[in-house]
Every structure is written in C-alpha cells, then in structure tokens.
Design a protein around this ligand. Structure first.
Ligand code: 5GP
Length: 215
C-alpha cells in the first residue's frame, strides 16, 4: 500500500466460504452510504446472477498475469484454484471519493495487506465465523452456485481459512443475521469514533470448528 495516502478507514473482512460474509457486507453498505466495497478482479467463471464490474471484474488469466506484472494489485491470491486480486486503481477511486472501504478478501490477501500497511492509515480486520460447520455446509448447498466438487473444495478450505481467525482484530459469529450485521456496524462505528471495543473471545468456537466434526 506504499503509494496510497488514505484519510478514511479501511476494513478487511474475511470468512470461510458459506459463513454469510457477502450478505452481511451488502446489508451493511445498503445501510451506510459512506462505506463501499472494493470490487476485485478474478479469473473465476461468472456465476448465474453475477454482473461484471459489480460483483467482480471477470478477467482472463492472461489479463490477470499482465496486471501482476504491472504491479496493479495491492494484494492478490490463488483461492480454490482461481486468482483474485484487489486493484490499486479501484481502491484509489474509492479513497479519492472520500469513502471508507471494505475489502472482502481471503486470509492470504489480509496477510499481504497487513504486511504492507502504513501506520498512518486506519486498518481494521474482521473475521466472520459460522456458528457451526453444519450451517456452513447448508449455506453452500442452498445457494446453489457451485457444483458438488467445488462445494467439497470450499468445505475443505473452510478449516484453512478458519485457522487464521486469530490474525484478525475482531471476530463476529453469524448465528443470527440481524445481530451479526449490528455487530459489524457497531465495530465500524467504534473505529470511526476512534475507539477500540474489546474483541469477542471466539476461541472455543474456533477450536470446535477446527476439530472438523459435523455433529
Ligand atoms: P467467491 O469465488 O466465492 O466469490 O470468493 C472466493 C474467495 O475469494 C472468498 O474467500 C473471497 O473472500 C476471496 N476473494 C474475493 N476477492 C478477493 C481478492 O480480491 N483478493 C483475495 N485475496 N481474495 C479474494
């Protein structure tokens, strides 16, 4: 993030697939016009209902590689065999319009952002956990966006993602959607007020999720 001078707040939100992160974040931005999500670039195939430039910028491997070469990403990672990245220009456009920015990225991207972050800018990272593994599997199946083998890959990768919850400033458990949205909104309001609320201790839940039992 060397070239970005940012007056507002940055929020990195990560979660295992199926924890409800995208729904939480879209509800949040509907309620709060001064926060925007940075639209990422990806090489994955567009799902039904997705729009280029709105959900992602869908690009070829060749374009993605050229963007890496041109140092166009502030972070990028391979997730489930596809490339995802946050473009510097996308973030700069949001920053320059005076917005607070949410990056919905995976733990690898969050790690890269933390490593290159300048202390002069405000960065808060938030991890979304499911209340149990069953709800995660249920959500993945019900949303009907992926085939069986992709769903299995996402379930297997969920524990890899969850294993990094501890690197985040805050964790939210998405058991009750409204409550989780309120918690997310409250963290953001506190950060804007310059406060640091005490993080919720989710270690017992994370340990249970990481034990991998579907009971
Ligand atoms: P999906 O394909 O379900 O939209 O996203 C799969 C994963 O890629 C999610 O964990 C999501 O957070 C992550 N992801 C989406 N955009 C980015 C990005 O720009 N950078 C990184 N590192 N991960 C991303």
């Amino acid at each position: 993030m060397k070239h970005i001078k940012y007056p507002g707040h940055f929020f990195v939100v990560s979660a295992p697939s199926g924890a409800g992160k995208t729904s939480l974040v879209s509800t949040l931005i509907q309620q709060d016009p001064s926060i925007q999500v940075s639209v990422s670039h990806t090489t994955r195939t567009k799902r039904p209902g997705e729009t280029d430039g709105q959900h992602y910028f869908f690009v070829s491997n060749k374009t993605f590689d050229a963007m890496i070469e041109a140092d166009a990403f502030i972070e990028h990672a391979n997730v489930f065999g596809n490339h995802y990245g946050t473009s510097r220009n996308t973030v700069l456009d949001l920053v320059n319009s005076g917005m607070d920015v949410v990056l919905e990225i995976d733990w690898q991207g969050a790690e890269q952002i933390r490593a290159s972050w300048q202390e002069s800018a405000s960065l808060t990272s938030i991890f979304i956990l499911p209340p149990n593994l069953e709800s995660l599997v249920d959500r993945l199946k019900k949303r009907g966006q992926d085939d069986e083998s992709t769903i299995e890959k996402r379930i297997a990768n969920a524990t890899i993602e969850i294993a990094h919850f501890n690197e985040f400033d805050y964790s939210i458990v998405n058991d009750n959607f409204e409550q989780a949205t309120n918690e997310l909104s409250e963290i953001i309001s506190s950060v804007r007020r310059g406060e640091k609320p005490i993080p919720r201790d989710v270690r017992p839940l994370a340990a249970q999720l990481l034990s991998g039992h579907l009971d």
